[in-house]
Design a binder for this molecule. Structure first.
Ligand code: PMP
Length: 391
């Protein structure tokens, strides 16, 4: 079999396009906001991760423009050598402060942050213990590491976590990694239970709070803050591509951990640093989130309103407490059909199909923004009612 035969034989996408239900790569003709234009049509966006509504905030946009004026468009190299700006250091200092940790380190994407952190921290004699629903970047980071073994526990299941931990050698290095707010279900990780077991079995804890930051915790500081456990979480990770309205990622941890990762992490050392505009946008967004707690309150109110209204309309949502509200659609074709019909109604949602979920557990991932208006929410609920009444 030729190396490219799998590409030549890949027909799934073509078939979905031919059937008119292909849901991917819709190009926006406007900025990412609560309403966007696709194919010339105005669409209400309930499928983005722009939780704080800052991607088109004039202050964030101005900060990005000012950074271009001052530092140019790119850094042309790694943080390690020529690519560190005082702006990166300023951003890292504020991130460390925000997460109540000694220090922070920025990477060029959230995906790379997980790759670079987990692969450098976990060595030949160590174990990684993953929640079974952890993000793909954690799974790939685990593969990239030289871990003696990567083990999984049932999603948010503390009994299963204990069963797994019990089997590992007592003296070995162990890193438990969990999403803080899970990207698909919106579930919040049970950090008190995880930390109790980590202490009991000598493990360290890393929380990927890509979705938690902005959304939950004091001043939007995420899952560790939500439980008042910032001191107990060893490594807090987040991305800049969601609430922070930019691109990039970071970890915050004790100084020794940051010093080690910044000298050992290959995805950090051998890749160029975040462009000035992205660093400045993330820094401005961070300050706004910190200084404007009303955004987080608005997001909670909007999410609670949508949860209540969708439930009232008998739409099969998955219960939760965050701004991610999944709706069960079960099989693939039905999921893609409903996605298409909602789009025709002027509503964009994300279809979630295997391999992101198990067969028969397909869903629509709806997610909300602090700046969604009452009118937009009510239009979205009405569209859901109309589309679901046809199934
Ligand atoms: N972790 C989680 C939980 C995520 O959902 C994502 C992005 N979807 C990432 C990491 C990767 O972040 P980025 O998009 O910045 O690469």
């Amino acid at each position: 079999m030729g190396i490219l035969d799998k590409c030549y034989n890949f027909t799934d996408a073509k078939e979905a396009i031919a059937a008119g239900i292909y849901p991917y790569f819709h190009a926006l003709q406007t900025s990412q906001d609560t309403e966007v234009v696709m194919d010339g049509k105005r669409i209400i966006m309930i499928g983005s991760n722009n939780y704080m509504g800052l991607t088109s905030d004039p202050r964030v946009m101005q900060a990005a423009k000012d950074a271009i004026d001052k530092y140019g468009t790119g850094c042309s190299g790694s943080r390690f050598l020529n690519g560190t700006l005082v702006l990166h250091e300023e951003l890292e200092n504020e991130l460390a402060d925000y997460f109540h940790k000694d220090a922070a380190l920025t990477f060029s994407t959230g995906f790379q942050t997980n790759l670079g952190t987990i692969s450098s921290i976990v060595g030949y004699h160590d174990y990684i213990i993953n929640d079974s629903e952890n993000h793909a970047s954690i799974i790939d980071a685990s593969r990239l590491s030289f871990a003696k073994k990567v083990v999984k526990y049932g999603h948010n299941n503390m009994q299963d976590l204990e069963r797994v931990l019990k089997k590992l050698p007592e003296e070995s290095g162990k890193l438990i990694v969990t999403d803080g707010v899970f990207s698909m279900s919106g579930d919040i990780a049970p950090l008190p239970g995880i930390i109790e077991l980590a202490r009991k079995y000598g493990a360290r804890v890393m929380v990927d709070d890509a979705h938690g930051v902005g959304m939950i915790g004091k001043s939007g500081r995420g899952t560790a803050s939500y439980y008042d456990l910032e001191d107990e979480v060893d490594i807090i990770m987040t991305t800049f591509s969601k609430s922070l309205a930019s691109l990039g990622g970071c970890i915050a941890a004790e100084q020794a951990v940051i010093d080690y990762v910044k000298h050992k992490s290959r995805p950090f050392i051998f890749s160029a640093s975040i462009p000035p505009s992205n660093a400045a946008a993330a820094l401005k967004a961070l300050r706004i989130i910190r200084d404007e707690p009303e955004r987080q309150k608005a997001l909670i109110n909007i999410s609670n309103y949508m949860r209540a209204k969708l439930k009232e309309a008998a739409i099969p949502i998955i219960e939760g407490k965050t701004a991610i509200i999944p709706v069960y659609t079960y099989d693939i074709n039905r999921t893609l059909m409903i996605t298409k019909m909602l789009l025709e109604e002027g509503i964009y949602v994300n279809p979630v199909i295997p391999p992101a979920v198990r067969d028969g557990e397909c869903m629509l991932r709806t997610s909300y923004t602090a700046t969604h208006t009452q009118e937009q929410m009510d239009k979205a609920v009405d569209a859901f009612k109309r589309v679901f009444s046809r199934f």
